[in-house]
Write a protein that binds this ligand. Structure first.
Ligand code: PAZ
Length: 345
């Protein structure tokens, strides 16, 4: 078992020692069916991960560590992918924001505030506040159309363990789509965790002074995801969140170099709603092994492309996810080998 004196968990040792979440088999059966139907209907599929993972400190969980993420990026992006004609597997933290209902979040825009009571002489009816009707109708129409088309499939996770097991299983199912599958990893995933074997069964008791917990590093799963689970064909987009702006580009480049996937989107915590940077390989069709075999290490450093996306911060009608998804859909179209005109929604 990894710990202070033993080597860190690899993806393999992680899955060999940490138990799968209950319900995994059922979740996967649902994904299998969804992938089959979308394949028959000729759609591309994107897996969107969204929200933060937790790390429980006890088996009977009272306390846990959490990762910051409201789920705005993932839920908003899922809507734009649907609009672009993709089928979406939306894998999100339980109770975080979801596509469509995000517009009426209980804390920022409670839906009860949109409703009025119309009192008649003998009965009363509920109606929508007239000034809110147009916006609500638009969201509702999109939501109902997606429901009718059956193009949105939702899965939930809470802990980092749920997330890792689900991610591996969904990626393996999606690998049958080859290049037509995209993986958009916007969830905020814990870097450290407490292996099950080291967790206390019951609530950790106070009274013994300060609490010391040694956590293990969560295995870096992007490498096996790129090389094994997705069969090297998936179009994989990961996110890198930093609070120190100067780390954004070097950390994003390092991730791309290390894992060999297609795009890292860097975002600064305080600027993420209006500015992101895309780091990618200069040659969009190249896989890491093609790049590696053609380039020496120095020229490999020059093989990254950096492109910034910004929107007007004062315009509350703009959402940066619209631009992010439009750009990714274009790049994915090239990756799949379709004519670029196929990227138009
Ligand atoms: O969910 P949200 O909109 O509040 O935040 C989105 C985000 C910052 C978590 C996401 O864009 C992101 O960067 N995810 C990856 C985080 C990481 O580096 O682990």
């Amino acid at each position: 078992m990894p710990g202070s004196s033993s080597p860190p968990f690899s993806a393999e040792s992680y899955f060999a020692t940490q138990p799968p979440p209950p319900g995994l088999e059922q979740d996967i059966a649902g994904v299998k069916e969804f992938v089959k139907r979308q394949t028959e209907e000729g759609r591309k599929i994107v897996l969107v991960t969204s929200g933060g993972t937790t790390v429980p400190l006890e088996l009977n969980v009272v306390r846990f560590l959490d990762n910051f993420s409201a789920g705005t990026r993932g839920a908003t992006s899922a809507e734009y992918f649907l609009k672009a004609g993709y089928a979406v597997i939306f894998m999100h933290r339980q109770f975080s924001l979801q596509p469509f209902s995000r517009h009426y979040s209980h804390s920022t825009n409670p839906f009860l505030d949109f409703l009025e009571i119309d009192r008649g002489p003998t009965s009363q009816e509920i109606c929508v506040t007239p000034s809110k009707r147009e916006d609500l109708l638009q969201v509702l129409a999109l939501y109902k159309a997606v429901q009718a088309a059956g193009t949105l499939h939702t899965l939930t996770f809470v802990t980092v363990n749920d997330y890792l097991w689900l991610l591996r299983a969904v990626s393996q199912e999606l690998s049958t789509m080859k290049r037509k599958a995209m993986y958009y990893l916007a969830a905020a995933v814990s870097d450290f965790f407490l292996p099950r074997q080291k967790m206390s069964e019951h609530k950790i008791q106070s009274g013994k002074g300060s609490l010391h917990i040694e956590m293990d590093q969560v295995p870096k799963i992007l490498k096996p995801m790129v090389e094994d689970w997705t069969g090297k064909d998936g179009y994989i987009v990961s996110f890198k969140l930093e609070t120190d702006q100067s780390l954004l580009i070097p950390k994003a480049q390092a991730a791309l170099r290390r894992y060999g996937h297609q795009v890292v989107i860097g975002n600064d915590l305080n600027r993420r709603k209006f500015e992101v940077v895309f780091i990618s390989w200069k040659s969009p069709k190249a896989t890491i092994s093609e790049v590696d075999s053609n380039l020496n290490p120095e020229s490999r450093e020059n093989s990254f492309e950096e492109s910034w996306l910004r929107i007007d911060i004062t315009d509350s009608n703009q959402e940066i996810e619209e631009n992010i998804i439009a750009e990714l859909v274009k790049r994915h179209t090239v990756w799949v080998g379709e004519p670029e005109s196929a990227a138009a929604p």
